[in-house]
Design a binder for this molecule. Structure first.
Ligand code: BGC
Length: 736
């Protein structure tokens, strides 16, 4: 055996026992040296790789048992040497470590694998769904929840989450509305930043962080008719002033990766869109992270009719700017031939590989390819994690209606009725990663009993299932209601009714649930409706029958307790809607920041209301807040200057409460029609009973008064602007 061969074997053996090859000092390659910069390490490693090795890095496959609703049950435990990445479905690190070890045993250069997973609202500690989270208006809590999710995931073998989803979504029929932060671009942007900070922390290295992924770039929330995977038609103007906004904010916050979407925009699929993936993302915004395609999105270019075969699909997606091919192996199977044919330049291969390697270096995978295996009890569901979960659940629930102070409950003889009343599973919510029913800390009924204590009488009847036509439980439900002083009716959606591939044609609850409510209401007792769902609902037939309504969303593992606290008054509700509730499904699209109408007083529906039932920002409290007039530090402003607007908010009720102030801006006259109002800033604070606090919005004209045109250029036009909070409004003049 030659000396050289022996050294290679030694290096390989060392990689196998920990991935840190020990080269004799003079032969230690630069890329192995953690004190070198990521750039130097990437360049060095790249220079040593063959084309085949590079191309394999550009592919991702699956490992373990898939829990994605779309492909449920699919299992893979096979290992493809040299591949760049896997989606890791298992709940602990064992299989990851096993496959990582196999990889490092055969990898000529010791390149570790990267493992990703959809950690959407928690890994094992399941938080409220993102749509609910945005209703908390508490970005710091959302950041904390993502930090918890990151720690649990990383310690379980996951380096990278495919989250946050920041598709502005204005059509509740689309099942994935549950996965994002609602209808407003700025709100999605603020929570994107919070999520990126929470997932990634200060550094990607170590057991406390995972790489974040902004998805689905872009426009996926506009699937026609709310039908998943459909085409979208988005004007260049709307693309820039609405759909791209959160992505730009997330990228500025340092998101490590981004996922291209399934949909096409005006005929060009997002995964083959050079303008979006290269001109905007790379050239304009300077994004240097990894672009992963969505699941099979390369191959799907054939279904979308823009590629005749997998090879053409690979060429289009790759040359548009996608780096990593999720699941369908189009890159693996065709990039080499495309390079040979001169259709794909080597430099493009190198730039994609360099980004994937850089991510692996940043995650510290070359130094620490294995996950330290720790038992569940030390890794997931820790009390501190559940505490964040509790707070977020409490703050995200929205009190939609409360006639005559029905809530908090004063009576101790309570009937809890409905398909959601004693259900644990659906509290987990849509796409709940490794969440388990047994982790859910009690149903609504169980928690309310515990909350109200032994002196209360809390009875239960299911009444009916989530859907179907079986009315046989109605009689028992009425009987239970008759004997109670107040009835809490718990209706809603199963968790599988939201998420991917879970569109619905209507926002209405199934008729059987509406009927149950109507039956129970006949008993004449005060009715509190509790809703658990993943989208805004059509409540027109339901709302008049209720004295109070609480939207609890799909609140995660401690949601039952959070709700019980709100019902009893131990917790004062503070959530406000981040998405509009229309009266009727037929009003869709209906969102607060539509552009100004040509005839604002006309054009209404003749048969139904045109305004929403509950508008964006709506949410009640057990206390009352009074707003003073808006105070300006000056009423004129020039470019480069700042101006302050303040509002004094007083808690005039009988209990402490949390209030969110939403600051809107309107540009009444501009060279293009602008929205009736646009959210530019929000802040949530606790205000004690009787206390007044001053909230302040510092206006930066370039940021807050400008608009972006259909080419993505920002303009700032002199003139009058309105600043608005609730029904208060002031004018400011931007001078030439
Ligand atoms: C979804 C993505 C997800 C991916 C991987 C796709 O079907 O659209 O959101 O990240 O699967 O699970």
């Amino acid at each position: 055996m030659t000396m050289k061969r022996m050294k290679t074997l030694l290096a390989v053996a060392c990689l196998a026992c920990g991935g840190t090859a020990v080269f004799p000092a003079e032969e230690q390659p630069l890329y192995r040296n953690p004190s070198e910069s990521v750039e130097v390490r990437v360049a060095d490693l790249l220079s040593r790789m063959t084309l085949q090795e590079k191309i394999l890095q550009l592919n991702q496959y699956i490992l373990g048992e898939n829990s994605n609703v779309n492909n449920i049950g699919e299992i893979n435990s096979s290992f493809i040497p040299g591949l760049g990445s896997y989606i890791y479905f298992n709940s602990d690190a064992r299989l990851r470590n096993e496959i990582q070890r196999k990889e490092l045993e055969v990898s000529r250069l010791g390149i570790p694998l990267l493992f990703g997973f959809d950690v959407i609202h928690g890994f094992r500690t399941i938080f409220p769904i993102p749509l609910a989270q945005s209703c908390s208006w508490n970005a710091d809590l959302v950041r904390q929840s993502c930090a918890v999710a990151a720690r649990e995931a990383r310690m379980s073998g996951v380096d990278w989450t495919f989250s946050p989803m920041i598709d502005v979504a204005r059509d509740g029929r689309w099942g994935r509305v549950a996965e994002g932060y609602g209808e407003d671009p700025y709100t999605n942007g603020v929570f994107a930043v919070a999520a990126v900070q929470g997932y990634q922390g200060d550094s990607l290295t170590g057991s406390g962080s995972v790489a974040a992924c902004l998805k689905h770039y872009v426009g996926y929330g506009m699937s026609q008719g709310g039908r998943d995977y459909e085409a979208t038609d988005i004007s260049a103007q709307a693309l820039w002033d609405t759909y791209l906004i959160p992505y730009e904010m997330g990228i500025r916050a340092g998101a490590a990766t981004l996922m291209s979407a399934f949909n096409d925009i005006g005929g060009t699929p997002a995964t083959a869109n050079h303008y979006l993936l290269t001109e905007v993302l790379r050239n304009k915004w300077g994004f240097s992270g990894v672009v992963v395609t969505d699941w099979n999105a390369v191959e799907q270019l054939m279904s979308q009719g823009v590629a005749a075969d997998r090879k053409e699909a690979a060429c289009k997606a790759f040359m548009a700017g996608a780096d990593l091919d999720m699941k369908d192996f189009c890159f693996k199977d065709h990039l080499e031939a495309l390079v040979t044919e001169g259709k794909v330049p080597l430099a493009r291969i190198d730039s994609a590989v360099a980004r994937i390697l850089a991510l692996k270096f940043r995650l510290g995978l070359f130094e620490q390819p294995y996950t330290v295996e720790v038992p569940d009890a030390k890794r997931v569901l820790l009390p501190a994690y559940k505490e964040v979960c509790r707070q977020l659940a409490e703050e995200s629930m929205v009190l939609l209606k409360n006639e005559a102070g029905t809530l908090p409950l004063r009576k101790k003889n309570v009937a809890v009725i409905g398909p959601m009343a004693d259900d644990r599973e659906n509290l987990l919510g849509s796409w709940s990663a490794q969440g388990r029913v047994e982790d859910v800390e009690g149903s609504i009924y169980e928690n309310l009993r515990a909350e109200l204590g032994p002196e209360a009488r809390v009875t239960y009847a299911r009444g009916c299932a989530f859907d179907g036509t079986d009315r046989s439980g109605f009689r028992e439900a009425r009987k239970v209601a008759r004997k109670a002083d107040v009835v809490v009716v718990c209706l809603g959606e199963k968790k599988s009714w939201s998420g991917e591939n879970a569109s619905r044609s209507t926002l209405a609850l199934p008729a059987i649930q509406e009927e149950l409510l109507a039956e129970v209401a006949k008993e004449g007792k005060p009715v509190v409706l509790v809703l658990s769902n993943g989208r805004p609902l059509e409540l027109c037939r339901v709302e008049p029958l209720c004295d109070a309504i609480v939207e609890m969303w799909q609140p995660g593992i401690v949601g039952g307790k959070a709700l019980a606290g709100i019902l009893s008054g131990r917790v004062n509700p503070s959530g406000k809607l981040a998405i509009t509730f229309p009266w009727f499904t037929g009003q869709i699209p209906l969102y607060y920041n539509s552009r100004q109408s040509a005839r604002p007083l006309q054009g209404k529906y003749q048969d139904q209301p045109t305004v929403p039932l509950y508008e964006f920002g709506h949410g009640l409290s057990y206390t009352s807040f009074e707003y003073g007039d808006l105070q300006l530090s000056a009423d004129t402003i020039r470019r480069g200057e700042k101006l302050k607007v303040e509002v004094r908010v007083t808690n005039t009720g009988k209990v402490d409460g949390k209030e969110t102030v939403h600051w809107f801006v309107r540009d009444p006259v501009c060279s293009i029609a602008r929205p009736v109002k646009e959210l530019k800033c929000f802040e949530k604070r606790t205000i004690r009973q009787g206390e007044s606090q001053t909230f302040c919005f510092e206006i930066d004209p370039e940021r807050d008064l400008s608009f972006v045109d259909s080419d993505g250029n920002r303009f700032l036009e002199p003139g009058t602007y309105y600043v608005m909070v609730k029904d208060k409004r002031v004018c400011i003049e931007l001078l030439e």
